[in-house]
Design a protein around this ligand. Sequence first.
Ligand code: MV4
Length: 504
Amino acid sequence: MSTATNAHVKIPKLLIANRGEIALRIMRSAKEMGIKTVAVFSEADRNALHVRYADEAICIGPAPSNQSYLVGEKIIQACKDTGAVAIHPGYGFLSENAVFAQQVADAGLILVGPSPQAMQIMGNKLSAKAAALKYQIPMVPGTEEAITDIAEAKLRAVEVGFPILIKAAAGGGGKGMRIVDGVDDFEEQMHLAVSEATSAFGDGAVFIERYVTSPRHIEIQVLGDEHGNIVHLFERECSVQRRHQKVVEEAPSSVLTPDIRERMGKCAVDVARSVNYTGAGTVEFILDENLDFFFLEMNTRLQVEHPVTELITGIDLVKEQIKIASGEALTFTQEELKINGHAIELRVYAEDPKNNFLPDIGTLQTYKTPKGNGVRVDDGFEQGMEIPIYYDPMIAKLITFGKDRDEAIKRMVRAIDEYEITGIETTLGFGKFVMQHEAFTSGNFDTHFVNKYFDAGSAEKTKETEALIAALVAVELFAHRNEIKTTEATTVETSNWRKNRNKF
Ligand code: MV4
């Protein structure tokens, strides 16, 4: 399979264009590989753990990410200033930005990730599906191109059958999706979807798919090298989510048979092959009640939930990413990969499940992580630190591993009980609720798990919460508009976020 020549470049120094747990996670693998690390940080992250862990650190601007972590030129300049030859973008921020990927290449630097071309094609759901058409990949019936003629689209919707889902081609993570139950609502929803997509993504292209009413969200991890080798590392089950934010992920999925797993894996490899994919990527599928699966989209980055795959395969995905970026060929074949045991991840968010998962940013007055056999905690905070409002409210990922699903679940409950966090509300208790729920333990659940079983509120309430979150961030940004943050310790007992909450 692999070519005889394996010419590769050395990466002596790597810049990590990210923050928090993922920056630390990447640096740890780099350290094991003997690679020097450069951290970048915003003024809000001066005292962050990723800054302390790195060999060098560079401030790249004010707290808001559009003035720091999202500014490609500053990242590239930081490489020039430190002599870093490669950039690992982590997840979020610039990780799936094809324009940035091209700028990195043009600057003579290595991006730990796929080519700008692969990123661009997979960054649009319609071009992703068009690329995948080269192979026999099952896809949900719908329109293959962006809808330009509404009357024509309506006919197609009737043909496909209601309910249908309108999706934004440029959207990700469920943003800009609209469910349409019948033909009478079609036109109105179509207009709303186009204007929503235009304002959210600057691209009004939308398409339709038959709405799969009780799907499971299952994704396949792939790795491709520059020598044409592509393998899959089995699936992750990500059905437990709310507001399109995953909360619990596990590997393997409790519903896949070896046969479905093999077919899905082959499809994922083909999807990757359709764009000559290099690096780590994730191919997303939905699985319906008949256990039929359909390709939805591909994520061209390392995912938050990658540790569950690492635990069941024994592969360090970040090391593989770096080796691939150096031009090395994969050192294992598909046949050599085996699933061992079961892993579950709980995302510990600074959010209040009793208050419709409203972000609850503040100071970690007590912060003690669980320990012991089969427990991994990927985090970026210490006791006494404040969770900044500017970024994702995820505090940590709690991951447990067991010989089987039952052991991984029981270990998760034990680890949740050991975890001590005070000062802010978290999703730990919610995680225990999931682990002990019959639908979860039996494996009989779908993407509606949270809405169905957890009384977090109606769709209306969710909309209100989303608006409230946006308003709170705006208030915080306004309050700090003239502030130049210095290095003083974060000693406030109650964050502005909490105080501001009382205003609403
Ligand atoms: C779907 C679907 C049902 N049918 N597509 C959500 C995230 C994005 N990556 C794809 N998503 C979905 N696509 C078809 N044809 C269900 C989801 C979905 C979902 C949809 C509405 C509300 C909540 C959801 C949660 C998970 C997945």
